[in-house]
Ligand binder design. Structure first.
Ligand code: G6D
Length: 348
């Protein structure tokens, strides 16, 4: 197993490196200690062509901009928080209103915008990068000093695991995710509209025009949100369902996972033959089909456009602090937060 690192610049006076993990089957995963951003995932297609299957940029400046959150760890809270405020123990906290009047993806300087400390571990069985960051009390408006750790592990079974850990000295909110856009065609040869997706989920969350959960769980049955037997993404893009229209033609919705670590999410591209299995102990997954990707970004030399990639953001349910009927994302003092998502690459 291999780990290489290359200095690519500096942010806030700290060196930023691109790390590349490589396993014995030629699969490579590259990432930055800035935002834990995954920059490349190189995997083979059914003809043995090793190509990149994620959206990313060619330089650090682009990741400092990164309006689409490509590849990054999002936190303290993934998704939106209504009116950019919440109340804990009778005290109201005000966050950045960086998405209309709402809060999105941890704020202006969330986890995606900071330089993380790094340790690496290279063994016969696996390579591990351990990112750590301490978010101080009051950072981005959140209470409590939150010590976080994110590890990326690649092994020779073509499994890539992301572990998220957190511990706080004062009650706070914590609901991290990774915002990588996948495109299994390889080197963004095509968009993701023809990708097939299976999600073992019988319910998704209804959204408002502002893409905030209404609190209502909708049964997927007889809708284009039913991925239990597999479905092409294009069906949701072309759908006249009001929820697909609200999302900007496609999906931007949280799904409740009906099973865990049981091949509950499977993405497939017929032409390349690539499969991606995503398994997690997270309550849910946000399927975002890149509906709002602008056309002014350089994606490894390809002009960006909607539907160039899709995200499978495993996480707790968004805005749960305002929905008592959702599982909570409150992290209590000294409680140990731990969740893991596994990605398995194959062809066939
Ligand atoms: C848009 O609504 C979507 C979000 O779900 C996504 O995470 C973001 O773009 C990058 O705001």
């Amino acid at each position: 197993m291999l780990i290489n690192k290359q200095l690519i610049g500096e942010v806030d006076g700290k060196s930023v490196y691109e790390y590349t993990l490589k396993n014995g089957n030629g699969i490579e995963i590259s990432c930055l200690n800035y935002g834990c951003a995954i920059t490349k995932m190189i995997t083979p297609d059914n003809k043995g062509n090793y190509e990149n299957i994620v959206l990313g940029f060619q330089d650090l400046a682009a990741y400092q901009d990164n309006p689409i959150y490509a590849g990054v760890v999002v936190g303290r809270i993934a998704g939106r928080i209504q009116d950019a405020q919440f109340t804990l123990d009778g005290k109201t906290y005000t966050l950045a209103s960086n998405d209309g009047q709402n809060h999105l993806h941890g704020g202006l300087r969330g986890f995606h915008k900071v330089v993380w400390d790094v340790k690496t571990l290279d063994t016969e069985q696996e390579v591990v990068i351990e990112f750590s960051y301490t978010s101080l009390d009051g950072e981005e408006g959140y209470p409590g000093t939150l010590a976080t750790k994110v590890t990326y592990t690649l092994n020779d079974q073509n499994e890539f695991m992301i572990h998220y850990y957190g511990q706080t000295d004062q009650e706070t909110l914590f609901n991290p995710t990774n915002h990588t856009y996948f495109n299994l065609s390889g080197n963004v040869k095509q968009d993701i509209s023809q990708h097939s997706l299976k999600i073992n989920s019988s319910q998704f969350l209804e959204l408002t025009q502002e893409l905030m959960p209404t609190g209502k769980f909708i049964d997927v049955k007889d809708t284009v949100f039913d991925f239990r037997n597999g479905r092409k993404i294009k069906e949701g893009i072309d759908s006249s369902d009001s929820q697909n229209i609200i999302a900007g033609r496609g999906y931007d919705h949280p799904f409740v996972l009906d099973s865990h670590y049981n091949q509950e999410i499977v993405l497939h591209d017929e032409k390349s033959g690539r499969n991606l299995v995503v398994e997690s102990d997270a309550v849910g997954v946000v399927l975002y089909t890149g509906n709002q990707i602008p056309t002014n970004l350089d994606i490894h030399g390809v002009k960006s456009r909607p539907y160039l990639g899709l995200c499978l953001e495993t996480q707790g349910l968004p805005d749960s602090i305002h929905h008592p009927n959702f599982p909570s994302c409150i992290l209590k003092k000294d409680q140990k937060f731990s969740t893991m998502t596994k990605y398995t690459f194959s062809v066939g």
